[in-house]
Design a protein around this ligand. Sequence first.
Ligand code: NAD
Ligand code: TYD
Length: 368
Amino acid sequence: NEICLAMGNKTERNEMSFSRTILITGGAGFIGSHVVRRFVRKYPSYLVVNADKLTYAGNLENLTDIADRENYRFEKTDITDKKSVSALFRKYPFDGIIHLAAESHVDRSIDNPDDFVMTNVAGTVNLLNAALSAWSGNTENRLFYHISTDEVYGSLEGGGAFTEQTPYDPKSPYSASKAGSDHFVRAYHNTYGLPVVISNCSNNYGPNQFPEKLIPLMINNIKNNKPLPVYGKGENVRDWLYVEDHAAAIDLIFHKGKPGETYNIGGGNEWKNIDLVKFLCRIMDRRLNREEGISEKLINFVKDRPGHDLRYAIDSSKIRNTLGWKPTVNFEEGLEKTVDWYLSNTQWLQNVISGEYVKYYEKMYRNR
Ligand code: NAD
Ligand code: TYD
């Protein structure tokens, strides 16, 4: 079983010699790359297969440090393509699936909902079908873990927080497509007995996030002395969680979560956008040796996002009480680490913000 095959510079261990074979979809994206890295490093006896289409948001540069590990494989796969998905399941004997691949940006979903329906809903159903057929008759020690968002619960207009019992009320094409995928995952559990688990997490931040999302976009603009586009009055509230804390929760749920259950994951760290942007400006002033208060002058209130959800907040007591998870990185420390990562990974940022990004930015922010 320990036969090794030489593949380019990488030595590939025989696939039959691993204790488990795990499929991670969307592993070249922001959260996915942290999950892949964690699993590849922490579980050398697992074969980790990263299947990703490499859209604008997928970037193999996120994984250069583990790309040569013998328990890692990359498979360029579009989950909307049934044939590619079937071929992947014929090639590997998956016993666990962690499904992160998605179109993930609300503003893009408003501009073009179709890709969100195709990848988030149809792509998820393709994976469910493939898992069902691969595991027919034997679902023991198998798990389909679907990664979702707190945005499926809609917008909190007053106090309180989303629990696992909060009725779904998605408001944007993005959250509607994620809600649709969650419903399909539960329906496959209920109808066909597929072992599934779902987690719904709040806003993540950290290294490797594509700079269309609030925090890296602001870091990049502050660095380049560009206006900081705050939507509306900046009164909207998000609950921020450091990406590695999310990856730790995913690890725990994958190994200890109960099939059929849902777990909410959140940072217990609510910030109004305007307060967050000002906090970030102060950190950036220190890091860039700018006079305190200088970066804040770049703040520019722009036209609001249509249908902008006012507030998200997560009640994560279920995962805390039943699985013992809690966030470990406080916000100031997490933001400082994130700022330092973006300031020292200039080539990564440069590669990501060239070409397509320039066109995207022009189009999205021109009329705001
Ligand atoms: P991301 O946009 O950074 O990465 C998505 C990845 O999916 C990319 O690598 C992309 O290439 C890949 N992908 C897209 N379409 C694909 C397709 N058709 N086939 C195969 N791969 C495809 O997203 P992210 O922020 O890392 O989010 C990952 C998951 O976590 C998503 O399911 C998202 O809904 C969920 N989530 C994100 C957050 C957050 O704050 N970012 C919070 C909660 C849940
Ligand atoms: P975002 O990072 O897109 O995440 P989500 O919409 O999924 O919560 O946005 C976070 C918050 O920041 C949201 O309230 C919208 C706001 N926002 C801005 O004010 N300006 C921006 O340029 C962006 C991208 C977001």
